[in-house]
Every structure is written in C-alpha cells, then in structure tokens.
Design a protein around this ligand. Structure first.
Ligand code: PEP
Ligand code: MN
Length: 268
C-alpha cells in the first residue's frame, strides 16, 4: 500500500507555506471550532499568531452529532477565515463534509480537514485525492488503525500524497471523557506509515482542563503536531466552548509544548 512505510524511503514532509508537517518542528494548529463572525475569527487569528501557533483553524460546515446546534456560516465563514489567515499570514484549515463543500473550500483554504464522522466517506476521500490539496484525515471514533490507514490509501490512490493523520479520540467504555485519546496511535502510525500524525486533544476529551496535559502527552509520544480549539470568548462560543482553550490557556499551552519538544528532541 502507498500509505505504508515500506512504500518509500524516509518520511513524508508536507509543506504548507512556511509550515512543515512531519519535519523537525512541531506544528500547532489552533482556532475556534466554528467561524462565527468576521471579528471573532480575526481576534482568534491574532491570538494564535501572537502565541506562536502555525496554522489557523475554523469550521464553516459543522456536522454535529445533533442537527440542532450551530451548523456554521458556510461560504461566508470561509471568506472570513481566508481574510483572517491573510491578515496574520498563517495557512488555514477547514472541514469539508462532502464534494460540494470541498468545491467551496478549494477556493479559500490551504488545507482541508476530513472529520471523524466522514473518515469512511469514500466518495469524499476520492474527491480530496483528486483535488491534490493537503488534507488532515481525522480518525473515525469507531475506526481501527487499519481502517484509518485504508481511508488514507483512498486519498493516495487518487494521486494525493499530502495526507496528515489526526488522532482525535475513540469510543470506549469510559465516560469521564467524551472519547478516549488513543496515544498508542502515534507510535503505531509512525511505525506503519511514512505520513505525519497530529493529535487533537480538544475533540478527544471535550473537557477544557484535560486539553493541556493530553497535548503534552501527544508531543512526548512523538506527534508531529497538535490541533486545538481556541476561542477568544469561551462563554459566548456557539460550538464546543467546553472543549476550547481561552487565549491565556493557549499561550500557556504553546509555552509548555516548546519545553516538551526540546526534551523529546534530546531523546529521539
Ligand atoms: C472539529 O474539529 O471541530 C471536529 C468536528 O472534529 P471531529 O471530526 O474530530 O469530531
Ligand atoms: Mn469542534
């Protein structure tokens, strides 16, 4: 399989602007779960840049478990995200949920995200493969690592080798956190594939106070990056406020991750 480590010499490095996934430095992706307004995403973007984040995130199409919460600003949200990214000079990522939204996203963003709920949406995987754009492929919360590798293979088989795995927690019997972060996925993916892997500690725990320790564990385990939800006004967030960091917590996270990265580099 193209996704397997044996299929190429060395590891894949995915370059997006000045950012390298799978290179020698950790990538920090941050931003609100959803783009809510022009002002909200710009405030978030400024905070991400100020703390040393590398990529700005923001959802414009939100496929929630329930259909009733905020579902995103759609193309208007993509415009605001694009504008904010240009102002702070950071690459941007957004989630696509089908071929139609992929078409819109291609006009505005540098990286697309396939969410946990769409990991086995095979027609979307093929379309992203044909679009040849960098893609963050989240793990389905009930998917085995083998199924996840095969989802990446769908994208690669269409000629797109710019796939970044994202571990975001799996369903388990535990109820203290919404999902259980599978830290093992980091070394397992690294041994099975040449592609980079990042970890999302927001979606896995869904609890603000667990985000920083989980992010640190992921970096210590060798993750190439972190994706975290950060909202400038947590109490006003239209989606996922409880699993987002505020600005000062995000700054704290970045500082702590830099320290951990230094230590892990000494040992690796
Ligand atoms: C998200 O990143 O906002 C999201 C919906 O993630 P997941 O697909 O992992 O639930
Ligand atoms: Mn979210």
């Amino acid at each position: 399989m193209l996704v397997c480590r044996e299929s190429k010499n060395g590891r894949t490095i995915i370059k997006v602007g000045n950012v390298e996934f799978g290179g020698s430095t950790l990538v920090v992706i941050a931003g609100p779960c959803a783009v809510e307004s022009e002002e909200q995403i710009l405030t978030a973007a400024l905070a991400v840049r100020e703390a040393g984040g590398n990529v700005l995130r923001g959802g414009a199409y939100k496929p929630g478990t329930s259909p009733y919460p905020f579902q995103g600003l759609k193309e208007e949200g993509l415009k605001y995200l694009n504008e904010a990214g240009r102002i702070v000079e950071l690459p941007i990522v957004t989630e696509v949920i089908n071929e139609k939204t992929l078409g819109y996203a291609l006009k505005y963003v540098d990286i697309v995200q396939i969410g946990a709920r769409n990991m086995q949406n095979f027609s979307l995987l093929k379309a992203v493969g044909q679009a040849n754009i960098p893609v963050i492929l989240k793990r389905g919360y009930s998917a085995t690592i083998n199924e996840w590798l095969n989802a990446a293979e769908y994208i690669m088989a269409e000629g797109n080798d710019k796939v970044i795995f994202c571990e975001r927690g799996i369903s388990s019997f535990e109820t203290a956190t919404r999902y259980t972060l599978d830290i093992s996925a980091v070394p397992v993916i690294k041994s099975k594939s040449h592609l980079p892997i990042i970890v999302d500690p927001s979606c896995s725990s869904c609890v603000n106070k667990y985000i920083i320790p989980l992010a640190k564990a992921a970096v210590a385990a060798g993750a190439d990056g972190i994706m975290v939800e950060m909202h400038p006004k947590l109490q006003d967030a239209l989606s996922d406020g409880m699993q987002s960091l505020d600005r000062s917590q995000f700054l704290e996270l970045c500082n702590q991750l830099m320290a951990i990265e230094k230590v892990t580099k000494t040992f690796c």
